[in-house]
Design a binder for this molecule. Structure first.
Ligand code: NAD
Length: 359
């Protein structure tokens, strides 16, 4: 028997709402968690996963929804944090009815929650969702593939880390190593090359992407995955999987900056965030530096305008500088400082709405 108590967890981390839904026609089984809507409607993708238990599903949903509150707040967006998880085998459950049923549950929340694609759900699925609800973003033909925009945000994040560390953000003066060149890492490499990067290395495990890089950018040097962390470069840019910064990799690091697109890159936020701080390595908090795609999709909620979206993405530069200042002032690691920054913004907006204004 499980002893996970949803209400206790909600109280501890101040969640607003958890909704369970089941559609008897299609077998759709899911949970939507809304963490905080102080800044605006909760936005977060729909993840389809064959969870081993309902407890595992609700814990994942709660954790991801809270992460979205901080990510949206730190990105300067008027959005709260939410998430949906669907329990099922991605190879078996998908159908038009399944996703339209999901759309109806999303609609029933009346705009408190906006969904998008996530692990094992894609734009085609969201097209079905959009037949039943107004509250879905990331649709085909709107803001488009988020990866180039995530890479653009990371590019400005790298510039801001260089500025903080060296007082000079000229890309051409430094060396870089990208881990993972699937989508975001690929676009980031291109941006660094376009700005005259002194030297770029890349590491990959997928032969298709290794061949693509060698063909398109032969000057970018391949390094075996096992040699990646010990590379003597200025910036390591993890753009692959989470959990990569851990007890094994951190002692190998010679670079003074870590700034990439990968989510949850610290295996343990506090332990490994502090290890980097103690080594004097500047870590650009993942959920701030990789928010470019989210900022881009947010612009779909109004009439999408790419120029405006790009201008908002560029603000990641200043936001990170502010976070580094908080980290120094409070003597905490940069990941903790990013959370302080996000929470301060939520609290500030809550407070300014205390004044009554007739509208
Ligand atoms: P992707 O799957 O297109 O690329 C990741 C690449 O990393 C793959 O090509 C994979 O082969 C490679 N890889 C995996 N393990 C590796 C290893 N040990 N060494 C070297 N290469 C390795 O994914 P993506 O969309 O570029 O996303 C990358 C990361 O950024 C993920 O953590 C994702 O959650 C995060 N992220 C992506 C976006 C986006 O817009 N795509 C937005 C925010 C965050």
């Amino acid at each position: 028997m499980s002893d996970f108590k949803v209400f206790d967890y909600m109280a501890k981390h101040q969640y607003e709402q958890v909704v369970y839904f089941y559609d008897r026609t299609t077998g759709l089984k899911g949970i939507t968690c809304i963490h905080n809507t102080t800044l605006g409607p909760a936005l977060g993708g729909t993840r389809l996963w064959n969870y081993a238990s309902e407890e595992e599903a609700v814990i994942d949903c709660l954790r991801l929804a809270r992460g979205m509150s901080y990510k949206a707040a730190a990105a300067g967006l008027n959005l709260g944090g939410g998430k949906t998880v669907l329990i099922g085998d991605p190879d078996k459950v998908k159908s038009e009815g399944y996703f339209r049923a999901l759309g109806r549950y999303v609609q029933s929340l009346n705009g408190r929650y906006i969904t998008a694609e996530d692990v094992n759900t894609g734009t085609k699925d969201m097209d079905f969702v959009s037949m039943e609800t107004d509250y879905v973003v990331g649709l085909e033909g709107k803001s488009g593939n988020p990866s180039p925009k995530t890479a653009l945000g990371a590019f400005h994040g790298i510039r801001s880390a260089l500025m903080h560390k060296h007082g000079d953000d000229t890309i051409s003066k430094y060396t870089y190593a990208i881990q993972g060149t699937g989508q975001t890492g690929y676009y980031l490499t291109k941006l660094l090359l376009e700005h005259g990067a002194k030297k770029v290395y890349f590491s990959e495990i997928n032969q298709k992407y290794i061949d693509r890089m060698k063909k398109e950018h032969p000057q970018v040097e391949f390094v075996a995955p096992k040699d990646y962390w010990k590379l003597d470069v200025d910036v390591l840019s993890p753009c692959a999987l989470g959990g990569m910064l851990n007890d094994e990799t951190i002692p190998q690091i010679k670079a003074s900056i870590i700034a990439g697109t990968a989510n949850n890159v610290l295996l343990d936020e506090d332990i490994h965030g502090n290890m980097l701080k103690d080594k004097g390595i500047l870590y650009a908090p993942d959920f701030v530096i990789n928010a470019g795609g989210l900022i881009n999709v947010y612009h779909e909620l109004k009439e999408y305008n790419e120029g405006r979206a790009i201008r908002d993405i560029e603000k990641i530069y200043d936001r990170l500088l502010e976070i580094y200042k908080i980290a120094e002032r409070e003597d905490i690691n940069t990941n903790q400082a990013a959370k302080v920054f996000a929470k301060n913004r939520i609290q500030c907006m809550k407070n300014i709405h205390d004044n009554y204004i007739k509208r």
